[in-house]
Design a protein around this ligand. Structure first.
Ligand SMILES: Nc1ncnc2c1ncn2[C@@H]1O[C@H](COP(=O)(O)OP(=O)(O)OP(=O)(O)O)[C@@H](O)[C@H]1O
Ligand SMILES: [Mn+2]
Length: 271
């Protein structure tokens, strides 16, 4: 007769490190006196003051996205290296306790781009995050109860302006407002009912609304079934160094594109 910990024991043998996702304080403490394994905490804030920490910019609902983000972040910060075997503890069904363990091998070659989306964009990470938050909120509530779509092009704004043209007067022409300001969230929601894209600078200034994007789209390969808005979003990120964040009116998902590729897909209903 074998017992369960013996059968699952292989999961834990010869591991090089542990990653805990948003552990409670007491949970984290029990791991700090582990002798030979480094513990990395991945969470929105470093509330336990962990030495090895990866900040999660979003509460990724998909555990695979969480793991990928944290591992790419840990790799970038030299907390882990190629070939390391990590034991990752995450919260899949519980909001309170870690209930899921995955063993993951660090492979530097397979960069999904999910970490770079936030940290290596032209725009500041806080700007990317603020735009995600607006898109998610808009996806949850829609506009007056109806689903809306929206396209935000973030960073490299000068070049984006050169690759686009106005569909209407620009309500942000003389204003100096930034994403994240509460009033701006209201404005972005209001203007999202109309056509075109929002253009946002590296620092988060809203440069324009109602832009019709005209990037070169040859060779841009976005998933079939997505329409013109998503094609324009993908293409503008290949033609410039911008990041595009799109809320789909038809399926309600928020997608992020960078370098012409779809990097991240999230469902606002799960936030
Ligand atoms: N090149 C573009 N630049 C800016 N906005 C665009 C562009 N092409 C389409 N759009 C905007 O996207 C809206 C929806 O277009 P379309 O249905 O083809 O896109 P989609 O990718 O299917 O997006 P959705 O999932 O929201 O329907 C258009 O009404 C327009 O406002
Ligand atoms: Mn459509």
């Amino acid at each position: 007769m074998s017992d369960v910990s013996e059968l699952f024991g292989d999961l834990f043998t010869d591991a090089d490190g542990i990653v805990l996702f948003s552990p409670s304080s007491s949970y984290y403490q029990t791991f700090t006196d582990l002798e030979d394994l480094d513990v990395i905490v991945a969470a929105p804030d470093n509330e336990h003051g962990a030495d090895r920490f990866v900040e999660l910019p979003l509460a990724f609902e998909d555990v695979a996205d969480q793991l990928t983000f944290a591992i790419e972040g840990a790799l970038d910060d030299d907390l882990v290296e190629e070939g390391d075997e990590l034991i990752c503890g995450a919260k899949l069904f519980s909001d309170d306790d870690i209930d899921t363990v995955a063993r993951v091998r660090v492979s530097a070659g397979e960069n999904s781009g999910i970490y770079d989306l936030f940290t290596q964009s032209r725009a500041e990470p806080s700007v990317i995050r603020a735009v995600f938050e607006v898109a998610i909120e808009l996806g949850q509530k829609g506009q007056k109860g109806k689903p809306v779509g929206a396209l935000f092009v973030v960073g490299d704004a000068g070049k984006v302006m050169n690759k686009s043209r106005p569909l209407s007067y620009n309500p942000f022409e003389k204003s100096h407002v930034h994403v994240g300001d509460p009033i701006v969230t209201v404005m972005l929601k209001e203007f999202s009912r109309l056509d075109g894209a929002f253009v946002i600078s590296d620092a988060g200034k809203i440069v324009s609304a109602y832009r019709y994007l005209e990037p070169a789209a040859e060779g841009v390969d976005i998933p079939k079934g997505l329409g013109a808005r998503h094609m324009a979003a993908g293409a503008i990120t290949r033609d410039t160094n911008a990041t595009a964040i799109v809320l789909s009116e038809s399926d309600g998902l928020v997608r992020a594109f960078k370098g012409g590729e779809l990097i991240l897909e999230i469902d606002p209903e799960n936030y």
